[in-house]
Write a new protein. Structure first.
Length: 108
């Protein structure tokens, strides 16, 4: 999955908060089963409307999924591919503009 500049920018913007980055890290650590809002709040110390607000931003950027299970809202980090694509975006052109080592300077 190759990200556009716009998608990458919106995802990085969504992570531009210590609390949101902490929330995403906690969900990634929890694995694909995710966490309830209560569990997520306990683990991140972000609760209530603040947590809801951060989750809305992360979900809009496609970084978090939210699923209703009975009375609980289960939050999970987006599938691994999304986070992988974001990291690949940063590294895709790694060293592309670095000067090639010049072979003429070797003294024989």
């Amino acid at each position: 999955m190759k990200l556009s500049l716009e998608t990458a920018a919106s995802q990085f913007a969504a992570l531009g908060s210590e609390q949101r980055l902490s929330v995403l890290n906690t969900l990634v650590r929890a694995g694909s089963d995710g966490l309830s809002m209560g569990q997520l709040g306990e683990r991140t110390s972000v609760t209530g409307s603040t947590l809801t607000h951060h989750l809305k931003i992360l979900a809009a950027a496609g970084l978090v999924t939210q699923t209703k299970q009975g009375r609980s809202m289960i939050c999970a980090g987006a599938d691994f591919g999304v986070v992988q694509a974001l990291s690949d975006y940063l590294l895709q052109n790694c060293c592309a503009d670095a000067p090639e080592p010049n072979k003429d300077h070797h003294h024989g």
